[in-house]
Design a protein around this ligand. Structure first.
Ligand SMILES: [Zn+2]
Length: 177
């Protein structure tokens, strides 16, 4: 299975002004199973407002999601958004390559485990066709390699939103793809 899949269903969703249903669905893969992420319109509006405001450079947040493991697919239901606080966010001079402290990262994982959820990182490059950067790929391994062992059997991973498309990459037991 390809590491990162273009999400066409998601593209349709983004073009729709008034969704027919209150819940959106994004489908991706990454560790040998499909991942379906469902998010209410209200929460999705908040996610977009966070990651598409590039006034100070890129922004990022974690969606804490409940997990329902079905035969061939893991269904993630987004429950809450934890933005990476401004004081935690470090960017390079071009405003990208987001990093934050290990403590903040641990606090997100602890919160997720406490409510029986798994974290999914969300960010955007402000470009229509979302492509993970080299820095994203380096950071992803650091963020999800070890954490995915703690969170197993729930998958964890990252979503990159674009205008009309999204890319996702998910991890389980320190493995992706
Ligand atoms: Zn990025």
């Amino acid at each position: 299975m390809p590491l990162r899949n273009r999400l066409t269903a998601f593209a349709l969703l983004l073009r729709r002004k008034a969704p027919a249903t209150p819940t959106s669905s994004l489908r991706t893969g990454g560790y040998g199973r499909q991942v379906d992420i469902r998010i209410t319109t209200d929460l999705f509006v908040r996610v977009r407002a966070l990651v598409e405001d590039t006034t100070h450079g890129e922004e990022a947040g974690f969606l804490l999601c409940s997990v329902n493991r079905l035969d061939e697919i893991d269904v993630l239901l987004a429950r809450e958004l934890i933005p990476v606080p401004p004081g935690e966010l470090h960017r390079n001079t071009s405003g990208s390559a987001l990093t934050w402290s290990a403590q903040f990262n641990s606090s997100v994982i602890e919160r997720a485990i406490a409510i029986g959820a798994t974290p999914v990182l969300v960010h955007s490059h402000g470009t229509p066709q979302p492509t993970f950067s080299d820095d994203d790929r380096i950071n992803e391994r650091a963020l999800f390699g070890a954490a995915s062992r703690l969170l197993s059997p729930a998958p964890t991973g990252t979503l990159l939103l674009g205008n009309g498309a999204a890319n996702g990459s998910f991890w389980l037991k320190a493995k992706t793809a």
